[in-house]
Design a binder for this molecule. Sequence first.
Ligand SMILES: Cc1cc2nc3c(=O)[nH]c(=O)nc-3n(C[C@H](O)[C@H](O)[C@H](O)COP(=O)(O)O)c2cc1C
Length: 154
Amino acid sequence: MKTLCLYYSRTSMTRKAMELLAESTGADLYEYTDGKDRSGLLGYLGACVASFRKTFPKVYIKGDPDLRAYDRVLIGMPTWAEGPCVIGRAFIRQYRDELPQDVYYVVTHMAKNDYMDKIRAMDSLLGRPSKGQLSLQTKNHDYLRDVRAFAETL
Ligand SMILES: Cc1cc2nc3c(=O)[nH]c(=O)nc-3n(C[C@H](O)[C@H](O)[C@H](O)COP(=O)(O)O)c2cc1C
């Protein structure tokens, strides 16, 4: 089973989760982005603005992997404004026809509550049911332990 891990990450939490998932599953790892620098306070404000825009930004994968060479893909992204961030949703919408059949979502967040309903709702962008979902609380919490447990289920 050839696995691809993809992530978007502003402050490295999602990146660390996806690095561990890639390591645990023997997957290749790539970053996707809309190309905007969202570091620091200005970047935070930019993320807020992007969250409330009606349109999806154009995104791309750094290193341009051949998506059709994989059997499954794990797509990581943070939560922004009470749901999976607009960059991740834009990614799914833009790449859905090229993604392998088995798609998993990994969504990080600070809040203790999970965002499962909104994570599963991304299936409407994918155009088919995703195979698995992980809602991952990152703050004040050993979230990498949860990542390891999720990796065991794959
Ligand atoms: C603009 C913005 C909005 C956010 N909104 C939420 C939110 O509604 N709920 C939540 O739990 N975390 C929220 N967060 C926190 C991030 O989801 C969380 O810190 C995440 O793990 C960061 O991942 P990253 O380091 O990969 O960017 C928000 C972060 C940003 C930048």
